[in-house]
Design a protein around this ligand. Structure first.
Ligand code: FE2
Length: 154
């Protein structure tokens, strides 16, 4: 039984991105598998792969946002950077022998769900050409909200 199963509520309707998000969900399941087996080397290996894949995935999304002229791409990019920083911090703590895997898995699930359902979904109408201007408040305001939603839920 998978720890986290993909379901359509996570789809943003852009196939390439959905496939990449599915891969991220699979990484989190692999992380859970290694954790359950108490395989710390496995956890480190999956974590390394997850960070690598996430960096590539974010670069893909950022290129897509730039291509379609998404007006909030700078803020979105900052959220991506914060994601990577947070995961790397966890990876360092794990390498130092701290038991952080359980908490990391639950954080990753919450961050990703929030990010996909709110931030990623927001650029879809620009991708589809249905919108060309920011429909809402300035970027800084958007960024604050996104930040709060993802990283300040505890
Ligand atoms: Fe994103």
């Amino acid at each position: 039984m998978e720890y986290w199963s993909w379901d359509d509520s996570l789809s943003i309707g852009i196939d390439a991105i959905d496939e990449q998000h599915k891969r991220l969900v699979a990484y989190i399941n692999e992380l859970q598998g290694a954790h359950k087996e108490q395989d710390e080397q496995g956890v480190a290996r999956v974590l390394h792969g997850l960070v690598d894949y996430t960096v590539t995935h974010f670069a893909f999304e950022e290129a897509l946002m730039a291509r379609v002229g998404y007006p909030l791409s700078e803020g979105h990019k900052k959220v991506h950077e914060a994601f990577i920083t947070h995961i790397n911090r966890y990876a360092e703590r794990h390498a130092a022998g701290e038991q952080i895997t359980r908490r990391l898995i639950s954080d990753l699930q919450i961050w990703l769900t929030n990010h996909i359902k709110n931030d990623d979904r927001h650029y879809v109408s620009y991708y589809k050409g249905e919108q060309s201007k920011p429909a809402e408040a300035p970027q800084q305001y958007w960024l604050q909200r996104a930040w709060h939603r993802i990283f300040s839920w505890r």
